[in-house]
Design a binder for this molecule. Sequence first.
Ligand code: AMP
Ligand code: MN
Ligand code: MN
Length: 320
Amino acid sequence: MIIDLNQAVEFLKNNDDFLILTHSHPDGDTLGCGFALCEALKSCGKNAVVRCGDTAPEKYSYMGRLCEEDIEYDNIIAVDVADAKLLGKDFEARFGSRVKLCIDHHGSNRLYAEKTLLDPTAAAACEIILEVIKALGVEITKNIADCIFTGLSTDTGCFRYANVTPRTMHMAAEMIESGADHSKINIIMFETKTRTYVALERLALESMKMYLDGKCAFITITQDMYRRSGSDESEVDAIAAIPRQIEGVVVGVTMREKTDGTFKVSMRTHEGVDASEVCAMLGGGGHPRAAGCTVSGNVNTARNLVVSCIEKYLQEDVNN
Ligand code: AMP
Ligand code: MN
Ligand code: MN
């Protein structure tokens, strides 16, 4: 059931113990939402913990720490999680069908939760969380401001992408007024690369292939590349932005090999190609400019499958 802000706030006010879940391979938005909401609920005298099926990369640690104890509360809230399967295998099995409130900004949200507060016009789920926190009457502390600013900045590629609205900018300004360390956060998120990341990026660039008359650039990251670079999957997110940067490319794809033999696809597009629609053809979803899905097969069949879906989409676009 879709609910509005007041109904979400009622749910939070009327209950006491909350288990907040982020999506697996957590990013700045889902963690920013989780830690900001957790602090706000605690300041209302409630119990709350933030948990994730994966560990969080160290660079996000200034926002807070995930709860590593196996704490389970009945009031389960998922933040920035479009589909129960994005909780990760174990968490999906344990909590996927028991989420009471989902707060999200993905137009493709599967409405798997009992109640969903959804705003696809929000550039980051943190925009919605800030409105929830304000409606709870909680003061915006420096830490809450850091968390919300992190979500706004990371989901907009440092305020560069088409999802930015005046509201995003107003909220970012407000967070700076409340003490957010904007330059420190942006340096950590956008101007700092580990050596292992740079080694992985070099291999990723070498793997790049062009398709569809230069409209599609495709990066493939294999398990072997993690071994050779000393990097791991937590460092792939920044690579996903690269293929779309090439002149003439309208669809940039980064496909990473998982340990179970499947491939996770990250798609980034320019105006005119709805990444969420293309990924929906493969059982995934996301936003108009950034979406994802999982495909199986060997490297070549998986890549061909993704390229053929893009080709089909572009073809239909021409015919319409
Ligand atoms: P990613 O490429 O993993 O950064 O994902 C881009 C956007 O698409 C994010 O907002 C994800 O939450 C969303 N997304 C990725 N994979 C899926 C999927 N399988 N189903 C629905 N949404 C997804
Ligand atoms: Mn996210
Ligand atoms: Mn998000």
